[in-house]
Write a protein of this length. Sequence first.
Length: 548
Amino acid sequence: MKDFSALVRKVDQTTKTSLRREALVQYFSACSDSDKVWCIALFTKNTRKRPMPSQRLREIASDIVNLPPWLIDESKSIVGDTAETLALLLPEPTERSYKTLSEWMVWLESLKALKEEPERQEHAIKEAWRGLNAEERFVFNKLITGGFRLGIATRTVIKALARYQECEESQIALALSGQWDPMQLTFEELMARGQGSDLSIPYPFYLAYPLHTGPKANDEDQQKALKDLGAIADYQIEWKWDGIRGQLIHRKDKVFLWSRGSELISDSFPDLISAGESFNQDVVLDGEIVAYMDTIEPFEQLQRRLGRKQPSKNMMNKVPVRFIAYDILEINGQDLRKEPLKARRNYLEQFINQHQLEKVMISDTIKVNTWSHLVGLHKQSRQYKAEGFMIKSIESTYREGRKRGDWWKWKVNPMTVDAVLLYANRGSGRRANLYSDYTFAVWSSDDKKTRTLLPFAKAYSGLTDKEITEVDKFVKKNTKERFGPVRSVIPKLVMEIGFEDIRKSTRHKSGFAVRFPRIMRWRKDKPLDEIDSMNRLQHLLDDKQDGG
C-alpha cells in the first residue's frame, strides 16, 4: 500500500501527462504482477462495489475522534472528499501494516462478506486504520468509498503499459477493453487478452473530434471551417444519431453487445442479440443503438431500456430498438481496422445486403457536392431527429480513442435560454469551498403583473475559475435562505443556458426537461426583467417538433 499510495500522490500532484505516465511506468517496473492488475483496474474505472456506505465509514471515524457526525460532514464540505477528510481527522497510527495493494483488495472482499455483522466490520476498519499513515489511509478510504477520480486518462495508463511491456498501444487498449475481473485474472492473462484470446472482447472505440464552428457562426464561417478540411469528395458524411454507441459482436456462434463505456449490455437488448445470432459470418459491427418505431425516437425513449435486465416483451414492444451500423471492424476473424474507410464501407454494405435484417440497418451516407450545400442541410438536422453530422475521411483507418484529423462530429448549435440564478450548491473536489452548482429559473409567463420565477434547469459547467469565484462571492453576500448545503439567492445574475434537447416532463415543476444543460455565457448586460419565460421553452419545443 505504501508504494501505491506514493503513486497516487505523484499523479495527483501534477497535471502533466508525461510525469503521470513516467510515475506509472516506475510503479509497474517495481510492483508485483498482482498489484499491477489492481492498479490498472482502479485507474481505468474497472472498480468493484464498495464494501460499505460512506456514511457508515464516517460514523466509525466519529466514534474514534469523538466528534459528532454532523461536524465531520461539515468538515467534508470544506475538504471536498470523505476519504481525505477522515484521513486528516484520524489519530496517528499505533502499528505498521505491510499489506500490498492486492492483499488489501482481497481484504476488502472479505469485509463485504461481513455485511450482516456490522460490529465485526467496524472492528476490522479500526484495526486497519491503526496500521496506516495519513497518506495510506486516504487511499484505503478511497478504496472503500469510491474510485480514484484523479483525472488520469485511460489513454495515459495504456501508454505507460505499452512502454513497460515494449509493445504496441493498440495491443494494450484491446487487452483492457470490455469487462474483466481483477480478482480472476493474472497480469499475464490480462495482457494475453490483447492477442484476442477472449471471444467477447470489443475493439477500443475510435472517437470523432468536434468541429468547432462557433455557436454564433454564420453560414460563411461554417463553410470556411469545413473547407479547411479539404475537398468534400474526400469525406464520407452521415447523420449523427442520438443513441448509444456500441459494438455488436458475433464470434463462433456467440453474440455480445458492448457500449462505448466498456459495459456489456447484452441483457438489456435481447432483441439485438437475437438479430446477431442470425448472422452467418463472424463479424464485429460498430454503430449506434437507437429507439426506433417508424423512425428514430428521442433518446429519452431509449433510456427506458437502459439498465433493465431481461426487459419484458411489453417493454420491448413499447420501445423497439435497432442497431445502425456505420463501420465493420472484423469479419471472419480478419481485423479490418487498418483498411481505409472506403474499403470498410464496401465490406459493410456487402454484409448488410447479405443479411437483410430489420433490427440491424446501415447508416446512410449523405450525398452532397459542396460544403455550402452541407451547411444548408445541417440546419435541418433536428427535422431528421439527428444531432448533426459525422464527417469521416474515406482514407482513414480505425484508430483508438479521440484523434484529431480524420473523423469529425459537427453538432447542431444548442438551444439557448436566458435565465437567472435562483439556487446555489457547493461543488465537490477542488470546488468544495465554492458555490459552483447552480439552479436557474425563467419567468412563468410574459405577464409582468402575475409572473413568478420558475426553476427549469441545473448547470455547473461553462464558467471559468475566475467567474466561479466571482459568483461564489455573490452567493455568500446575497443569500436569502439556506436549505442544508443549498442557498437561495437574490435573483440578479443572468446566464445564457444552452442545452441539446427539450421535451415535456411531468416530473419537473416547469413541465419541461432539457438535456445536457450548461452555461454558455454570463449575461452581465441583461437585467432580470428581460430574461426568458416559459413561452420561450414552449417555442423551442414547437420549433423542434416542426423540424426547425
